[in-house]
Design a protein around this ligand. Sequence first.
Ligand code: DP6
Length: 331
Amino acid sequence: MTEESSSACARAHSNIALIKYWGKREQYLNLPAVGSISVALDALYSETQVSFSSTLAADDVQLDQHTNAKSTQRISAFLDLIRHRAGMDLRAQVRSRNNFPTGAGLASSASGFAALALAGAQAAGLELSARELSILARQGSGSAARSLFGGYVEMHRGEGNKGEDAYAEPLLDADAWPLHLIIAITDEAPKKIDSTQGMQSSANSSAFYPAWVDSSPDDLAAMRNAIEQRNFTDLGELTEYSCLKMHGLMLSANPGLLYWNAATVALIHRVRELRQDGLGVYFTIDAGPQVKALCRPQDSDAVADALAQVPGVKALRSTGLGPAAHLIDSL
Ligand code: DP6
C-alpha cells in the first residue's frame, strides 16, 4: 500500500471585538445570537501545521508543544468537518503555536481555529472561498470566523438554520484607518469558565439576555457608521459601551460571571482618567482579566507608559491592526 500524505501551514492573527459576540442561537452549528465587529491584531497570532497521513491511526494534536485531551477532542471534531467535506478519512498531525498566552482572554481560539481551518482545508485539497472558510472556522469557534480577515471585520449573525449566512467579512483594510492597541496582561493563567460555557449560562439564567440580543443591531449599525466615517471618538465610546454591556450581562447570570481582577478595574479607571486629561484612549475586555486600550498610533507610547504603572499589570503588548490569515511555508 502506498503512503498518502499532504501538509499545509497557516498563520492567523488574533482579533478583538469592538462590538461583542456573546450568546448562541444554535449550539451544534455554533450560530451566534448576535453579530459582532472586530479588528485584527498584528502582533498576536497562531501558526498551525496540519499534515494528513495514512500512517496515523488517530489525530495527533500538540498546542504549544502540549497534548491536552479536551483540545484534541475539539480539534478532531473540527477536522471531521474537513474530512467529511473532502470525502477522505486520513488522520492528521496538528502542530500549533501561539505567540501569546493561551486561553486567558487574548482570543487564542479565534486565531487558532482560523489557522486550523485555512491549513486544514488546504492540506485536504479543498478549494474554499474566504466566506466558506469563515463559515468553517465559525464551527470551531465563533470569533474564529472573524480571524480569517484583516483590518476591521464584521461577523453576521445570519438568519438561516444551516449557518450559510453566519459568516464574517471585511469592512475596511487595516491601512485605510490605522489604530493601535495596548494590551495590559494582568493574569496569564487560563480562565476557569470558557466563553462557550459562559454564554450558555448567560442565556439560560440572565433576565437581561433578551435585551442584549434585541439591542445588538443598533450597536452594530452605529459601529459600522463610526468606521465608515473614521470617527475615532464614536468608535471608542461604542467599544466601551459594548464591552461593559456584555460584562453587565455576564454579571447578571446566575451564578454571576466575573472575569475581572483588581488590576482590570484599576486599568478601567486609569483609561478614563487619561481620557479626562485629554488622551484619546478607550478600553475593551473579553472573557478574561486583560484590558485592551484602543488609541491612535501617535498616542501609543503615552498610553503604554501610563498603563505600565498601574498596580497588577504583569506585561504589556503593543500592536497595530493586522492582516488576513494566510498560508506560510512552515512552522
Ligand atoms: C468575549 O468565539 O471564544 O471574546 O464560539 O463558543 O468558541 P465560541 O466562543 P468565542 O467567544 C468570544 C467571546 C468574546 C467576544 C468576542 O470575541 O466577540
